[in-house]
Design a binder for this molecule. Structure first.
Ligand code: SF4
Ligand code: SF4
Length: 108
């Protein structure tokens, strides 16, 4: 097993620690993990990187022309920290409804 395979078996918990995926998966009786939709308004974004720096779940990457990209949106816990700190109101984070998650997963 490579280091990359081992990393894939880990998930970040609420406190930012890596734990084996099996330990963080919801078991019977637990609430399913909430999912969030992150929308970035590129026209308003001045690429300052504040959202990238302040996201404690490391959701964003910032590479091509310094545009923030919510590449790891599955890590989002909906804390709104990025939304509150964005000086240009360029981010919206909303909780996905059950029927929305279903539709997106069904898309090819
Ligand atoms: S904080 Fe707002 S303006 Fe700054 S990079 Fe993020 S989205 Fe763009
Ligand atoms: S809402 Fe919180 S966890 Fe989600 S992307 Fe913004 S700062 Fe990160």
């Amino acid at each position: 097993m490579t280091a990359r395979d081992e990393k894939a078996d880990l998930e970040q918990t609420e406190d930012g620690q890596d734990r084996p995926a099996a330990e963080t998966a919801p078991s019977e009786g637990q609430k399913p993990k909430r999912e969030y939709r992150i929308v970035l308004f590129d026209n308003w974004c001045k690429r300052c990187g504040i959202c990238v720096e302040f996201c404690r779940k490391k959701v964003y990457t910032q590479e091509f022309e310094m545009h923030p990209v919510p590449e790891f949106s599955e890590r989002c816990v909906g804390c709104q920290s990025c939304v509150r700190r964005c000086p240009d109101f360029a981010i919206m984070v909303t909780e996905k409804r059950d029927d929305e998650s279903q539709t997106e997963e069904d898309e090819p």
